[in-house]
Design a binder for this molecule. Structure first.
Ligand code: GTR
Length: 326
């Protein structure tokens, strides 16, 4: 009798909350790999504030910085299954889970950061976003991560300079293929291990953008940063699809709005702080070299594209869209 009554009450309460569009208050955890002083850390803090405000505390967001909730591949899996709600992810490590996301991991696919955003804002971005959402990682907004270049104990001006070097890459077969095509030895490794690996000579070099190069101290254990700009990989503020879709339309709009505002803020911060990070590492002694002619690097990627598209013919459409986007 008691059980029946409480079940009825529960049913009535659920019906009432559905009628009013009220979702239960939720605590959301956010994964962020970066530390203080990185633009994404400030942007994810802003995201948390904005969600808390816009949902009037119905969704309480707490950001965990410095990768304390796990490595990026682990955190992706956690968000995919809903054990963590939100992450600021780089699309590189998403490629092995969601093939469409690999478009951005093809070396030199984009002409510039604005070109990359134009591609993301068009049909290709829609296809990628749908595929990611289908895999459980729904992108709410895209953010800037500039271009990635090599750093090591010597300048790199041609693919020949990469020959024989052990270079750390993120987890994605496209990056191992990229380094191998230059004659180097790729070494996939978690971001948190790279500084020590550079310091002890376990790897000879790595590749990243200026803010990350600076923020985790890779500049303290290398001497040269060579502007190869071989990858322009965007990042996202991504949410577990099911948790997002379970929200009322009002809460969904509030969360999406917060992510979009935080992403704009991130892009503003990035524009200023990436230039500043370059100045800071130069001041600390890093020699930055421009590479006047990048075509030898681009030409070396011919085989990477050929092999990748032979194994993944369905990716040709996305590649064609990106290449034909002005
Ligand atoms: C950073 C990026 C991180 C992570 C890292 C890496 O630039 O923001 O999400 O992907 O690179 O190299 O692992």
């Amino acid at each position: 009798m008691y059980q029946k009554l409480s079940a009825k009450l529960l049913g009535a309460a659920t019906a009432l909350s559905l009628m009013c569009g009220v979702a239960a208050a939720a605590d959301w955890r956010v994964w962020n790999i970066h530390h203080d002083g990185h633009p994404n850390t400030a942007a994810m803090d802003r995201f948390a504030e904005l969600v808390n405000e816009a949902t009037k505390g119905e969704i309480k967001v707490q950001v965990f910085h410095g990768g304390v909730l796990g490595s990026q591949p682990d955190a992706l899996e956690q968000v995919r299954i809903g054990a963590i709600e939100v992450g600021n992810f780089n699309l590189g490590p998403i490629g092995p889970m969601v093939k469409e996301a690999n478009l951005v991991s093809l070396p030199f696919i984009f002409k510039s950061v604005p070109h990359m955003f134009r591609v993301l804002d068009g049909e290709a971005g829609d296809i990628m976003a749908k595929a990611m959402a289908g895999a459980g990682i729904l992108p709410l907004a895209w953010i800037d991560a500039g271009a990635r270049s090599f750093y090591s104990q010597k300048p790199i001006n041609t693919p020949d300079d990469v020959k024989g070097l052990k270079i750390r890459v993120m987890n994605n077969n496209l990056y191992t293929a990229m380094i191998s095509a230059m004659g180097g030895n790729p070494s996939p490794m978690a971001f948190s291990e790279v500084q020590q690996a550079l310091k002890t000579g376990v790897v000879d070099g790595a590749e990243n953008n200026f803010p990350s190069f600076k923020n985790v101290g890779h500049y303290e254990v290398t001497t040269h940063y060579s502007l190869s700009e071989h990858l322009i990989i965007p990042e996202c503020i991504c949410v577990n699809t099911k948790k997002f879709e379970a929200l009322s339309p009002e809460l969904q709009a509030a969360v999406r709005g917060a992510a979009e505002k935080a992403a704009l803020y991130q892009r503003e911060l990035w524009a200023v702080q990436s230039g500043q990070a370059r100045k800071d590492v130069e001041k600390a002694g890093i020699k930055v070299n421009e590479i006047a002619d990048k075509s030898p690097f681009q030409n070396a990627m011919g085989k990477v594209y050929e092999d990748y598209l032979a194994a993944n013919p369905d990716m040709r459409k996305l590649v064609d869209i990106a290449k034909s986007t002005k």
